[in-house]
Design a protein around this ligand. Structure first.
Ligand code: SF4
Length: 96
């Protein structure tokens, strides 16, 4: 029996159509810092979209987003603006 591919191998089969004109994720740095949402985002995102700079600023690499919605569901009100990429952009899953 052929072993199932790893999650990393399966994710590598997806393609991403990057929208270079519109970032679909924005962090309100002040609210994210005050509520702890920034550090939460860094921990929970399965694609490591969020990072924390040495000065505490939350960075966003929206090109890696899997559109799972976890960050949107977990962020404190006002800390995050998230919407799906515009039509034709974003991730295209190959395996459901
Ligand atoms: S939608 Fe999912 S993959 Fe995209 S930034 Fe949020 S948690 Fe990360």
């Amino acid at each position: 029996m052929t072993p199932l591919p790893s999650i990393t191998e399966r994710l590598a089969r997806n393609t991403y159509h990057l929208d270079e004109d519109e970032n679909h994720i924005e962090v309100n740095q002040e609210i994210a810092r005050r509520t702890g949402t920034g550090k939460l985002l860094v921990r929970i995102c399965p694609a490591q979209v969020y990072g924390e700079a040495p000065d505490g600023t939350i960075t966003v690499n929206y090109a890696a987003c899997l559109e799972c919605g976890t960050c949107k569901a977990m962020a404190a009100p006002g800390a995050l603006t998230w919407h799906y990429p515009r039509g034709g952009f974003g991730i295209a899953y190959r395996e459901g």
